[in-house]
Write a protein that binds this ligand. Structure first.
Ligand code: SAH
Length: 400
């Protein structure tokens, strides 16, 4: 294949604005740009040059504060070869850490900047891959990504579902954001995580259909579950609940405000533990539910709320929310109980989250010790040059 990169339009940076790119940070902010081709359109691939006309990066152009998301720091064509290379290297990483097996066929194949593909998420559930674009460039590239994915995953892949209705920038209005790009008829309904079955619901569920990012933390929870009464707050499709059941919990209560999520939780528990009366799920607001229970009802409480802060402007209120939520859990947990508490807000640092939990502990007057500090799993890698990729934080706490 002839690699013709000359066709890409050009962006020129202001003097000295290439420093962060030399350190492989994959974003170019609008303030760093000196000039660009007049005809440049959103989603196009663009070559970026320093003020002294040296090539520095190639990436996707987008209107907004981040104008370029870098795909490569080498002067190369972003063609099928490129996509195959990148997806193969993402797959190799997952294979090399032993993540993919008959016992675990659900995993994140591409985690945006963490896999050097800013704006792209690909989750795999059994024989289906779900692609999610967070940038117009990735949306425009969806068909070539799909082709590369078929080449890389081979016979293991029967379906590709594209789901970007809610993740693309509001202005884009690009159309055709959800639907099958490949297959779509012969779909394995059940996927497996650490030997436990579940029904991922990419068509109607949240995100790509399941929260794969809690896999390792669920395994840890399983080790704590034996003989305990467990409350899984913000359960979504019940991931923590079915691990708790396998861990030998005495009782598991799952709570989510979405009745659809509660239905899926019941379905996922039932496929692993049919007719097991230890589990019950409730469609209710978390604060309401916590308000009603008595101190000592539960030995272990899991708090995994949705991102309270989706942007910087919401940080203050979000921290108040985490404080309030954790304070109620500390009030209600049995003496000698355990709390698994999480934040998935990317804009909230682990230090800020820990401070909010500290304030909650102080408010409740309970003695609290940190047993584990948790984060996202290895299939959600963090590019060291892009610390913004770290988003999931958790603490396992012992409450006296
Ligand atoms: N722990 C889950 C993921 C949680 S996602 C897992 O392991 O898969 C956050 C969940 O919180 C969503 O399912 C959402 O429906 C629920 N939620 C949002 N606001 C809520 C509220 N006020 N009360 C209860 N649940 C809520």
């Amino acid at each position: 294949m002839i690699k013709d990169t000359m066709n890409y339009k050009k962006i020129k940076l202001k003097p000295k604005k290439e420093e962060s790119l030399k350190r492989f940070h994959p974003w170019i902010f609008s303030g760093a740009i000196q000039s660009k081709d007049d005809t440049l359109e959103e989603g196009e691939i663009v070559n970026v040059y320093t003020a002294s006309n040296e090539f520095i990066a190639v990436g996707h152009y987008q209107i907004g504060s981040i104008e370029v998301r870098v795909l490569s720091f080498e002067e190369e064509a972003i063609d099928l070869d490129f996509w195959v290379k990148r997806l193969s290297s993402a797959l190799e990483l997952r294979k090399s850490i032993g993540l993919i097996s008959p016992d675990n066929n659900s995993y994140r194949l591409v985690h945006g900047e963490g896999d050097n593909l800013p704006g792209l998420i690909i989750d795999v559930y059994a024989d289906t891959a779900v692609i999610q674009s967070h940038s117009v460039g990735m949306h425009e590239s969806r068909n070539i990504i799909c082709k590369a994915l078929v080449a890389v995953l081979g016979d293991n892949l029967k379906n590709i579902y594209y789901k970007s209705e809610t993740t693309l920038p509001y202005k884009a209005n690009l159309g055709a954001e959800n639907g099958y790009l490949h297959g779509g008829k012969d779909i394995a309904e059940v996927a497996i995580e650490n030997g436990l079955k579940f029904y991922p619901d990419w068509e109607k569920g949240q995100k790509t259909g399941f929260f794969v990012d809690q896999r390792d933390n669920r395994s840890l929870l399983e080790k704590y579950a034996n003989g305990k009464s467990i409350l899984n707050m913000f359960c979504y499709t019940g991931g923590f609940s079915f691990y708790a059941m396998r861990g030998g919990a005495k009782l598991v209560h799952s709570v989510d405000s979405s009745s659809k999520a509660v239905m899926l939780t019941n379905k996922n528990v039932a496929i692993n533990f049919p007719d097991d009366e230890r589990h019950e799920a409730f469609a209710e607001d978390a604060f309401k539910f916590l308000g009603k229970i008595n101190k000592g009802d539960y030995d272990l409480i899991i708090l995994d709320p949705p991102a309270f802060a989706k942007h910087r402007g919401a940080i203050r209120n979000a921290l108040q929310g985490y404080k309030r939520l954790n304070a109620i859990a500390f009030d209600k947990i049995v003496s000698g109980g355990i709390v698994f508490t999480f934040s998935c807000s990317q804009v909230i640092t682990k230090e800020a989250f820990r401070l909010a939990v500290f304030s909650a502990a102080a408010l409740s007057g309970r003695k609290v010790r940190i047993l584990h500090q948790l984060t996202q799993p290895a299939d959600h890698p963090i590019n060291i040059y892009h610390p913004e990729g770290e988003y999931l934080k958790g603490l396992v706490l012992y409450v006296e």
